[in-house]
Design a protein around this ligand. Sequence first.
Ligand SMILES: *[C@@H]1O[C@H](CO)[C@@H](O)[C@H](O)[C@H]1NC(C)=O
Ligand SMILES: *[C@@H]1O[C@H](CO)[C@@H](O)[C@H](O)[C@H]1NC(C)=O
Ligand SMILES: *[C@@H]1O[C@H](CO)[C@@H](O)[C@H](O)[C@H]1NC(C)=O
Length: 524
Amino acid sequence: MVGLPSVLLCTLIAFTTAQTGRDLDRFNYRGTDGTDYGPEDWDQVSCTDTETCLGWPDGFETARGWDLGENHCRWCPLGTRQCGIHHQSPIDLQRNRAVPGDPEEKECIDVHWMAYYDSTCDWENLKALNAFSIERHALKVNQPIEQLASGDYRLACRNASGRRFGRIDFSKGFSEWWLMSHMDIHVPSEHTQEGKRYDGEIHLYHFYSIPGSQSSTNNEMASVTIFLEAYDDVPDYPMLNRLICQWRQVEDKTREECGLPSVETEYPGCFYYQRGHTIDGFNTIALTQDGTQRNLRQKSRNLRPKSMSVHDLILYNYAQSQTNSSYTPKRLLHSEEDHAEADPNFDWEKFVTRQDGNANITQGNRQLLNYDHVGPWFNYFPMLGVRTEYYYRYSGTQTVPPCYGRFFEGNNRRQTNHWRVLKDPIRVTQRQVDEMHRLLKERIASVDDPLASCEPDTAAKVDENDPTKISVARPVMETRSTHYKVFCECEDWRSKFPEDVEWCKKGLQDRLFNHPYNFETDGF
Ligand SMILES: *[C@@H]1O[C@H](CO)[C@@H](O)[C@H](O)[C@H]1NC(C)=O
Ligand SMILES: *[C@@H]1O[C@H](CO)[C@@H](O)[C@H](O)[C@H]1NC(C)=O
Ligand SMILES: *[C@@H]1O[C@H](CO)[C@@H](O)[C@H](O)[C@H]1NC(C)=O
């Protein structure tokens, strides 16, 4: 395979209205302190005339030189009606949408399960492009994009077949593929299901753009979301360990650059460091679990800055257009293959068996490091982890400032964040959940952070009763009819997973409320 596929252009954004604001705002899950705003005050997060805007976490890299315009955050907590009409996220999700005759019944108009294909960002690409980060509000894996001399952007990862975004097909309502921007993990979950809050929630952020079109549907975002729940009787979820080891490495790199010692807590399975002392910085000896040494030569001087996502680009264009009427949005180039037809003969059973991460911990008698053997890496791995495709769908907003998802009067769902929240949680272990809490709680700001360089800096709220527990979940918002909540379950289409098809033979009450998951559970 030679050469790049022919390139299509799409212009991302055009917006209106302007606002002013303060410098170096941030947001947190605790409470307002100066310009570090608590959840009630996220509508005040704003950035003007500053080199760096911290308040808009998914736009950090693009923040240089921007003016941040509109903020869609409103404070509409569950149990109040103070906001009138709105569609803020997160919300509580309810299964009665699928109960025939229920006053809240809403038809699932989707006609098939979501199909999804990987991006050309494999594990090595992601590592080389510095795609893993510990943000103030979430653990993140980016799909890195890069700027060309023309000023346009494109996906930074290419393989011999070219450059392709991860893509997912949403069935009804959108004729094109949604393309993947990044993955965020929040602990605990932000959404609740029938009032239950889970141990975590993975957001797979997507954007929608029709090649060559100026259509308003170009400005759409979507999050496919998967819950995480700790169970006592399961092994670690392997792919999550692979990510945890990577975030621990990011943590240690930041600490090293700041002249701080490594964290003392170990996470068995991830190797630990014995730092060398070289002028270039990072000359590290990794000790494997059986004590053999491996030299990891990395030079911090050569590490690239944190990568940028499509999400960042969208928000950047948006922000620029607020204050500059002659601004020409920066374009994202992507390939025809991002829009190619799905393969109707794709063998999902085989694919899942190969990719679900249940690989051997040892190969021969060699102890493998950092779960690198788990996989292969698949950017949609959480979708395989749940082994179902039944989900809630609704129209909402981002769950962090600026809460992208403008509210239009009337039956208009343009520029919202389109949520697809999968019903079943991924089963993880308590040690995995605890480590994600620790990584977020003990976060150190990077050496080039303008406000808190090398200081402890997290948006998390620490639990009063258990200081090892934190929360980076926006409080649940009041549901309004304008969220258009729908529950698509197994009556709506036939599952691709045999165990789902089996489970679907249960009666409605049993299926929705007594044994809601496709694996064996009693209630929750
Ligand atoms: C490039 O990446 C895509 C998406 O992951 C994959 O389907 C394709 O097989 C890869 N091509 C090569 C030559 O590795
Ligand atoms: C406005 O946008 C145009 C086109 O993108 C650019 O050339 C110009 O410098 C911008 N003006 C300001 C004040 O940023
Ligand atoms: C683990 O490895 C052994 C030996 O290579 C193989 O026979 C076995 O099928 C593997 N198990 C899994 C779950 O992959």
